[in-house]
Write a protein that binds this ligand. Structure first.
Ligand code: GLY
Ligand code: MN
Ligand code: MN
Length: 461
């Protein structure tokens, strides 16, 4: 029935060969086109004249039949163009190519506007709109990309390609054979251009993205502010008997209401034993009196995501065991944040957090040697944060303008080899830290973190 209706409407729409007169409704991120141009110039200048760089948009992922998943641009392409549309590509040519009477170093590709498609999906960016809004000239029809590549790659030695594939490999059912799509793409390029070296790693781009400029810090701050407000509202409303998904719904309601377009990753809301599962996302359990709730959530605002975790007692008061472990994670986090200094090795935060937790768990009699700490604190302490929740970066020494998370935790699932009173306690505290020459700045500091402050917040209902 749905398919027939679709077919009818497609047939009818064929007669309406006019472009929609609506404005192109792309909410700006406030980053001027010259900032994107500067990023492209930086990328160009880091590559030799005999190389070419190709950045592809993320593919459109199909959910079922004619329904696709909501589209999210590939972060590398977004970073250098600001373009949020699917089916586009950017070609950067450090050696330059002739375009009419001038030499250009960049060409953007996007399909022309399509009246039939616009009936279904609204106004989309075509080459004219891309030139006007993104200010990338020339912008050509996407279909011309293979021919342009053929001519541009003659005489070059290296093609760098950022594939834009969100799932670089897929599992073929029945036999369980893994198909490496990214490799297939690289191999077919290699076959077509046998004299070229084809590289998929863009280390320069990772190094650029790990440093946040003022525009990025502004957008990150906004994503974080939205997330902090949502946490406060959710923690105030939390009551025993609520389902985890109700807490998730409240959190995401406040994200969307404040203008966030999406979540940066699926919200994690785990209560009781679910608090011990690091990336628990089902969120279906009903909370019970005495439970701890671990909520790890982040709003995405104009492509930038927050990544915040708070752990709170659903009944409004920590038990003595919960409080003892919470204070230990808090001390570990304070010590790790203090270690987030310019020039420190990337692992400095983890080393600081791990030694505090190892010592504390030994003092509480939960472990008997420091090496056992990994049983209850089994993940890293920091990752880069930006356009992606686990953002691009080089994992070298920390530098000014880098944003990282600091997120130590302790997770003691039922059946663990320690007294039962510690079971079902999972605690993570996660904040977003801007590393600067003047020391670390906690961008999420205003959200209650100390157990006393959390109890006060939860009682201010
Ligand atoms: N929210 C995922 C993480 O903290 O890494
Ligand atoms: Mn994180
Ligand atoms: Mn997180």
């Amino acid at each position: 029935m749905q398919r027939l209706l679709t077919f009818c409407l497609v047939v009818c729409s064929c007669t309406a060969q006019v472009l929609l007169p609506y404005p192109l409704d792309t909410p700006g991120d406030g980053i001027p086109p010259e900032v994107y141009r500067g990023r492209r110039a930086q990328l160009l200048s880091a590559h030799t004249e005999r190389s070419v760089i190709l950045l592809l948009s993320a593919d459109v992922r199909n959910r079922q039949n004619d329904v696709d998943y909501e589209y999210r641009q590939n972060s590398n392409l977004l970073y250098v163009t600001g373009c949020t549309e699917p089916r586009c590509a950017l070609l950067l040519v450090p050696g330059g190519i002739r375009w009419h009477d001038s030499i250009v170093n960049e060409v953007f590709f996007i399909p022309p506007r399509d009246p039939e498609r616009e009936v279904w999906s609204g106004v989309q960016m075509g080459p004219d709109e891309a030139e006007r809004i993104l200010q990338i000239r020339p912008t050509l029809a996407y279909a011309s990309l293979p021919a342009v590549l053929d001519s541009v790659l003659a005489g070059k030695d290296t093609l760098y390609i950022a594939s834009g594939l969100p799932t670089p490999s897929v599992l073929l059912p029945i036999w369980g054979t893994r198909i490496d799509v990214e490799r297939l793409l690289r191999d077919s390029l290699q076959k077509r251009y046998p004299n070229l070296v084809v590289r998929t790693s863009l280390r320069t781009l990772a190094a650029m993205r790990q440093h946040k400029d003022t525009h990025e810090v502004r957008l990150l701050r906004r994503a974080i502010e939205i997330t902090l407000d949502a946490f406060e509202a959710t923690m105030r409303a939390a009551r025993p008997g609520m389902n985890e998904y109700e807490l998730e719904a409240l959190m995401e309601y406040h994200f969307r209401r404040a203008g966030a377009e999406d979540v940066g990753y699926p919200s994690i809301v785990g209560s009781g034993y679910n608090s011990c599962i690091l990336h628990y996302q089902k969120n279906r359990r009903t909370t019970q009196v005495g439970d701890l709730v671990l909520a790890d959530c982040g709003a995405e605002y104009h492509g930038y995501t927050a990544d915040i975790t708070r752990t709170f007692p659903i009944s409004g008061r920590f038990t003595p065991e919960q409080r003892a472990l919470y204070l230990l994670v808090l001390e570990a986090q304070d010590s790790a944040i203090a270690a987030a200094q310019v020039g420190a090795p990337f692992r400095a935060t983890h080393r600081a957090a791990e030694s505090v937790i190892a010592r504390g768990l030994m003092e509480l009699g939960i472990i008997s040697s420091p090496a056992e700490v990994r049983r209850y604190f089994m993940h890293g302490t920091s990752h880069y944060l930006g356009l992606d929740v686990h953002d691009a970066g080089t994992y070298g020494p920390l530098s000014d303008g880098t944003v990282i998370t600091v997120e130590p935790g302790i997770y003691i699932p039922p059946g663990s080899p320690c007294p039962e009173r510690w079971w079902n306690i999972g605690i993570r505290i996660e904040d977003d830290i801007l590393v600067t020459e003047r020391g670390p700045i906690n961008l999420s500091a205003r959200l209650a973190r100390h157990p006393d402050a959390i109890e006060v917040l939860m009682q201010s209902r």
